[in-house]
Design a protein around this ligand. Sequence first.
Ligand code: CA
Length: 226
Amino acid sequence: MKKILIIEDEESILMALEDNLRLEGYEVACAVDGEQGLLMAKEQKFNLLILDIMLPKIDGLEVCKQLRKDGINTPILMLTAKSQEIDKVLGLELGADDYMTKPFSPRELLARVKALLRRAGQSRQDTDIYSFGDIEVDFARYEARKKGKLFYLTALEFDLLHFLIKHRSQVMSRDSILDEVWGRNVYVQPRTVDKHIADLRKKIEDDLSNPIHIIGVRGVGYKFIE
Ligand code: CA
């Protein structure tokens, strides 16, 4: 089980994050100020840190800097209150891995968390580029292009597409998609798969009434066709 430390002083956000991550099957620890967070991150082993910037005692920027200085390379997802702060964070090159601006949806947060954990789990940076139709997807960089133009896919959509492409031309059941993309310890309805397939189709199919890449097989699941 992956362990995540949340360092956040706003109780409502902390509790919402904690609930959502637990529901996804992560083990969660919490710290309510920078000092406590820094100590916990140094003393225990976590797979990911979610770190707010505005914190009592030691702010998030400093926590991040200190950890990296001490050689702790745990992936860090920074939470910022304003989008302007992101520029500041990026400018400082603190060594955070990703950033989210408040308010954010739980779904978006979970997708980012998953992407960070996945990237951290990859021992080598393999260039994993796949093209079909007028679309090119770089799974290592999490970039997708249509006719050469970047478009946005969530981490979950990348994972879903990656799974279908890996098993192209085979019909994959909703259960096997859930097991592989969401993970076995995650409790979601098979219908969730349909919802995300629909989102993915909107982005990659030219004609939604006649999809040519992600084909639904009634009562069974989905298959990818180039
Ligand atoms: Ca705060």
